[in-house]
Design a protein around this ligand. Structure first.
Ligand code: GLA
Ligand code: ZN
Length: 683
């Protein structure tokens, strides 16, 4: 993985406010109405050109920027900034007709015809050439346009292709990685099932036609599938980089592409180093609890060492792509927008500014709906938020999150755990990370979600759930946390496989064993409804589910024991205390939330990291610290009932100018937000 260059964000002195705007779908009179509305709503930035390729290049030899010229110029004339797309997220029909290799072949081996979007094969020389060419042309044309502040390359890179060209690229990628077939055979353990490869050409992409059954998660050879996932990520990155290089020939403005949070198919940690700044699209389900989104923001912020990121898309009102698409309740869009800012976003951007007239997103909400009215609830809320953001000016720009806790997340472990046969397919990576993250969120502790390669020296509490694959020096860095007197929390299925997804030839948790002071004697699994009582010394019982590692404490103390089955009385949770006073927890089973939260809260309390409002249900607290040391405290009330909090820090609420002093009792109604700026710490 390349060293991550420091983040470089668009140079704006305010939170960018606006979003995806597709005026090419509308007549000019509509543009007039759009800008009147943008004025009324405080819109400062539009993202344009994301799906405009069939206009900018109607055939291979014709480039026509007249529409895009007008779009960008109009934005500039109206005093708006532009985040400019390269337009390569959707193919034009002529491309597929002229160059059939630009479309993908799916996991079932079906070569796709023309249709939809996000469907280009990243190994297609024609797509690569055309995409880089249009990106370069656009950069050349608009690089010095005063309105343009950022480049938006492609759109929501996703999925994987299994075509012949990708197979060939995969073989090259493997040759680069392994150099010899001997090394590859060893890594993939190919003597199993007579798989020893004697020529690179014998290697097939792992698909439904080759190594897989029951879908992409079920493979006979994890090593092959894992490498294909890594290759596909690298192939997407190459695609991104080829466009970026074409842009760089003309412009140094920061470039990004819009990520999708916890998106399984592509390893964003491999990718992040290539972005100037991170941006992502937040589309939680209505039923998602606030920590789900909070953690996704934390993951996105963690991609570039905690630097601010951009919220590139969210709906102002309603999605369309789900089976059921409830409308955001009053106040929710505002609350979730501030939540993004609270977690490190320097923008609040919508998809989209005006609702489409036709095709599959015509029911998707927009700032302006089909009526074009400015007196809709959505528009009023958007305008209200615009006014609030204007009041806050540059207060949060560049402000960092002072987290003392980290959760280690790793796509390789995610893939490896979920594609493994046994011990329990129902135990999923992301819900596990979310459960652990929820415990931090509920305790009011800010967390960075970091890659396994992260510098951990700044953290007091580091959680590593399902750290299944051990890579590089992660064990040493975790050990250093404990040796500094910090707390490490890990557990079931961690430390099992090496970078090639081969088992360590030792007891679980493998290389983590001496750090945790524990050995796994055996591993049981059960259906989700089967629980095993977990008995804590001096704390409430909990219940373990799904996976039960019978532990042998070997240098640690037993904190909880199983209550049922043949291993009743055996250790289920252990904690090792290091000479330096560090703690290392090992959780042998997936505890119910209360039990898990209890452990994490205990760990946080030891370091004084339980948040000041942790006992107020639904009240989220987050802090950003501006470059000049000013603290901005966000209080966000997600609960359904009013709550009253005694403020732990004073300052001015930027939204209302109310001045608070420490200890003031403040009542927050559901969806209420406070953005309290304190005096600079060094004054
Ligand atoms: C994604 C895409 C947008 C749009 C929205 C709809 O985030 O990037 O083009 O399709 O979803 O929710
Ligand atoms: Zn392909």
């Amino acid at each position: 993985m390349p060293e991550s260059a420091p983040a470089r964000l668009p140079r704006l002195d305010h939170v960018a406010y606006g979003g995806d705007y597709n005026p090419e779908q509308w007549d000019r009179e509509v543009w007039d109405a759009d800008y009147e509305a943008f004025e009324a709503a405080g819109i400062t930035l539009v993202t344009v050109g994301v799906f405009i390729w069939s206009l900018t290049q109607p055939d291979e030899d014709t480039f026509d920027f007249s529409e895009l010229d007008d779009i960008v110029q109009r934005a500039a004339d109206e005093g708006r900034k532009v985040c400019l797309g390269t337009g390569t997220g959707a193919l034009s029909p002529w491309m597929a007709r002229k160059y059939p290799d630009v479309t993908r072949t799916d996991h079932e081996g079906r070569r796709h015809g023309y249709g939809q979007r996000h469907n280009a094969c990243w190994s297609s020389p024609d797509y690569r050439r055309l995409a880089a060419q249009i990106a370069g042309r656009i950069a050349e044309r608009y690089a010095s346009h005063p309105a343009v502040v950022a480049w938006h390359i492609g759109n929501e890179y996703g999925g994987r292709c299994y075509c012949e060209r990708c197979a060939a690229e995969f073989r090259l990628w493997l040759q680069h990685r392994y150099e010899t077939l001997e090394a590859l055979n060893t890594a993939w353990n190919t003597t199993f099932w007579s798989h020893r490869f004697t020529g690179w050409d014998e290697i097939e992409p792992p698909s439904a036609l080759t190594e897989h059954w029951r879908g992409p998660g079920y493979t006979a050879f994890q090593g092959i599938t894992l490498d294909y996932h890594r290759f596909s990520t690298d192939n997407a990155i190459r695609q991104y980089n080829e466009e970026k290089a074409a842009i760089r020939a003309h412009s140094d403005l920061p470039a990004t592409t819009n990520f999708m949070g916890f998106y399984e198919p592509l390893d964003y940690h491999r990718w992040a180093a290539h972005l100037d700044f991170v941006s992502w699209d937040n589309y939680p389900r209505s039923v998602d609890e606030p920590w789900v989104t909070a953690l996704a923001h934390d993951l996105m912020r963690g991609l570039k060492d905690g630097a601010p990121f951009w919220l590139m898309e969210q709906t102002p009102s309603v999605t369309a792509s789900r089976d059921v698409n409830p409308v955001r309740r009053p106040g929710i869009m505002r609350l979730w927008s501030w939540q993004a800012v609270a977690h490190g976003s320097d923008s609040v951007l919508f998809f989209q500014m005006r609702q489409s007239r036709g095709a599959c997103e015509m029911m998707h909400g927009a700032v302006l709906d089909h009526s074009g009215r400015l007196d809709t609830r959505t528009f009023r809320e958007v305008a209200g938020l615009g006014a609030e953001l204007a009041r806050t000016g540059d207060a949060v720009i560049g402000a960092r999150t002072p987290a003392r806790c980290a959760i280690v997340v790793d796509w390789d472990s995610w893939w490896a755990v979920e594609m493994a046969d046994g011990p329990n397919r129902l135990l999923r990576y992301m819900p596990t990370v979310q459960a652990w993250g929820r415990a931090f969120w509920e305790a009011g502790a800010q967390v960075d979600i970091v890659p396994v390669t992260a510098d951990l020296t700044g953290y007091d509490v580091v959680a590593a759930p399902l750290l299944h694959m051990i890579k590089g020096d992660v064990v040493e860095r975790l050990t250093q946390v404990a040796e500094r007197g910090g707390t490490v929390i890990t557990g079931y299925l961690s430390g099992r496989v090496d970078e090639d997804d081969r088992r360590f030839l030792m007891d679980g948790p493998g290389p983590l064993a001496s750090l945790a002071g524990v050995r796994v004697a055996e591993t049981d699994a059960a259906e989700p409804e089967v629980g095993n009582r977990i008995r804590f010394e001096g704390a409430d019982d909990s219940v373990g589910r799904m996976l039960f590692e019978v532990l042998i404490a070997d240098g640690s103390e037993v904190v909880a024991r199983y209550g049922d089955d043949f291993y009743a009385g055996e250790p289920a949770v252990t904690r090792r205390e290091t000479e330096e006073g560090g703690h290392v927890w090992y959780l042998g089973t997936q505890l119910e939330q209360a039990g898990l939260s209890g452990i994490i809260r205990q760990a946080l309390a030891r370091h004084n990291l339980v948040g000041p409002y942790a006992d107020i249900a639904g009240l989220e607290h987050a802090v950003r610290v501006a470059p000049d040391g000013t603290r901005i405290e966000f209080l966000l009330h997600h609960g359904a009932e009013p709550v009253t909090a005694a403020l732990h820090a004073g300052g001015t609420d930027l939204l209302t100018d109310r001045v608070f002093t420490v200890g003031d009792a403040v009542t927050l109604q559901p969806t209420d937000v406070l953005v309290i700026r304190s005096a600079p710490a060094n004054d």
